[in-house]
Design a protein around this ligand. Structure first.
Ligand code: SF4
Ligand code: SF4
Length: 314
């Protein structure tokens, strides 16, 4: 019976993957064109209270870090000026954004600078404990709460009641999420993957645009890679003192543990002359894509808490 179930999962996964890649290939030209409207996401907290394995933002191996409200406001003010307050979408996320002690102020700042949709994207675990100031800030600033569901216990009924009580828009994503709905994007640490092919098959490129410290990138990875690099350069054994930091030994092989991002992977929003230059930049190939093994996306794998092992990402 178990064997049969595993086969059903595998077949479903293969069908889903091939259908997704076919769709992405067909729509590649359209998706890779310079954007017309601004959308971006930003992590206000690096770490997380759930620590999923293979976390795409490397939050399960991130040190504790909260964005400073001054930095957040400065970047939002600059992007607002470039985009004329217009935004297609903004996601305030993490890590877990509700861990930020000033999340209510951040919601207020986001609305101060943009007129379009702003969401706080959370795993929902802290929602029941959030105080009135938080809920009132979401209501007053028209911030929607988006709960990404994980296979963990969540009092959905109570969360819905709270949202209703404070008249806050709430969206609960994928209520059917189960233990086998997880995914992993494996990395090629040698950076030898084809950038052009990866971009065609990547669902996040030029869509999940990411803001950090005054820079925008076509996806989060170049701007969060330091979390991965910091953790694994400290916590992976090196064979001898002769190897540079960032190398490790694994089954007798020497491999790099660094996902190296450069300035060519993101654009400085303070140096961009206008929003057109930003959109143009984000639509161009970025060197960091050489690390992704997009064709090996593992979809429908078992969810679990991270053991902070490098194999969760490679
Ligand atoms: S809930 Fe899981 S996937 Fe989301 S940021 Fe936290 S660790 Fe990452
Ligand atoms: S770095 Fe990877 S996930 Fe990000 S846009 Fe490139 S291929 Fe996609």
């Amino acid at each position: 019976m178990e064997q049969k179930k595993r086969w059903v999962v595998k077949i479903r996964q293969a069908l889903y993957t091939s259908a997704s890649f076919a769709y992405l290939r067909i729509t590649a030209n359209q998706r890779l064109k310079p954007r017309k409207h601004l959308r971006f996401e930003t992590d206000v907290v690096d770490h997380c209270n759930l620590n999923c394995k293979s976390c795409h933002h490397f939050s399960s191996v991130a040190d504790q870090n909260f964005v400073k409200t001054e930095v957040f406001e400065k970047d939002f003010a600059r992007l607002s000026l470039l985009a004329g307050r217009n935004n297609e979408n903004i996601d305030i996320m993490g890590g877990e954004p509700l861990l930020h002690p000033e999340i209510s102020t951040l919601a207020e700042i986001a609305r101060k600078y943009f007129d379009g949709p702003v969401n706080i994207v959370t795993n929902g675990l802290l929602l029941e404990k959030m105080n009135e100031v938080f809920w009132e800030s979401c209501r007053k600033n028209n911030i929607r709460i988006v709960v990404t569901s994980y296979p963990v216990k969540l009092n959905v009924k109570r969360i819905k009641e709270l949202a209703k009580k404070y008249s806050v828009k709430l969206k609960i994503r994928s209520l059917f999420m189960n233990k086998h709905s997880w995914c992993k994007l494996p990395f090629d640490l040698s950076g030898k993957q084809c950038i052009t092919e990866n971009r065609k098959l990547c669902i996040t490129v030029n869509k999940c645009i990411f803001l950090k410290d005054g820079r925008l990138s076509a996806c989060c990875l170049p701007l969060v890679a330091d979390r991965f690099n910091n953790y694994f350069s400290k916590n992976t054994e090196t064979e001898t003192a002769g190897f540079c930091a960032g190398n490790f030994t694994h089954s007798g092989l020497v491999a790099r543990t660094t996902l190296a991002a450069t300035e060519d992977d993101s654009i400085d929003i303070y140096k961009a002359k206008d929003i057109g230059e930003v959109y143009e930049f984000l639509s161009k190939p970025m060197p960091f894509c050489r690390y992704c093994r997009i064709k090996s996306w593992e979809i429908g794998i078992e969810w679990g808490v991270s053991k902070k092992e490098i194999t969760e990402w490679i």
